[in-house]
Design a protein. Structure first.
Length: 191
C-alpha cells in the first residue's frame, strides 16, 4: 500500500513546487511529475502512474484538474484505478476519496465532475467573448508568429537556400528552422 503522488503543470513556465510541497506534507512513496497541457491525451507520466498501480495503492493529487481533462476522462480514470483495486484522493476536492466504498461517493464524483466541466466551459466561453471584444476594438492580433519577417534564423535559412550550396536538411539543421516552415516562407516569397 503505497502513496503515489501525481503532479502536472500545463507548461514549462509554470512552477509545480506548490503541488510538491502539499503532497510531501502527507508523505509520498513516489511522485510522478509532468509538464503537459491537461487537454492532451499524451500524458506519459500519468500512464506510467496508472501502470505502476498495485492493489491497495492510493494516487494523490492536489486538485482534480491536475489528473482529469473532462467528465468522461475522470470516469475512465476512476474505472481504471478501481480495476486495479487502488484509490484516488484529491487534497483540494476532499469529497473525492475512492477508498471509501459507499453509494454517495459515486454520486458526488458525478456531480463534481460535471461542475469541473462547467467551469472549464465557462472559462473558455468568457475567453472567446474577451477575444471577440478585443478584435472589435483592434487590440487582439492573435498569436505572434514564431518566424516573423525579421527572424534571423529564418532569414539566414532563406539566404542559404537561395545560394544553392546546401541541402534543405543541412540548412534546417544549421539554422534550427523546421523544413515545413522554410518551405512555407519560400512559398510566401514566391507569391
Amino acid at each position: 500500500m503505497r502513496k503515489i503522488g501525481y503532479i502536472r503543470v500545463s507548461s514549462t513556465s509554470q512552477n509545480p513546487s506548490r503541488q510538491f510541497q502539499q503532497l510531501n506534507e502527507i508523505g509520498m512513496d513516489i511522485i510522478y511529475e509532468e509538464k503537459v497541457s491537461g487537454a492532451t491525451k499524451e500524458r506519459e507520466q500519468l500512464q506510467e502512474t496508472l501502470e505502476d498501480l498495485q492493489d491497495g495503492d492510493t494516487i494523490y493529487v492536489t486538485d482534480l484538474t491536475q489528473i482529469s481533462r473532462s467528465t468522461q476522462d475522470l470516469f475512465e480514470l476512476i474505472d481504471g484505478i478501481r480495476g486495479k483495486k487502488a484509490s484516488l484522493k484529491s487534497l483540494k476536492d476532499t469529497w473525492l476519496d475512492l477508498s471509501e466504498n459507499n453509494p454517495y461517493s459515486q454520486f458526488l464524483i458525478t456531480v463534481m465532475a460535471g461542475v469541473n466541466q462547467l467551469e472549464r466551459d465557462l472559462i473558455r466561453m468568457h475567453q472567446l467573448e474577451g477575444i471577440e471584444l478585443a478584435k472589435k476594438e483592434g487590440k487582439f492580433k492573435g498569436r505572434l508568429k514564431k518566424y516573423h519577417k525579421n527572424h534571423a534564423g529564418m532569414n539566414y535559412a532563406v539566404k542559404l537556400y537561395k545560394e544553392r550550396g546546401m541541402t534543405v536538411n543541412q540548412i534546417c539543421e544549421i539554422t534550427n528552422v523546421s523544413i515545413s516552415s522554410l518551405y512555407r516562407r519560400l512559398s510566401e516569397e514566391n507569391k
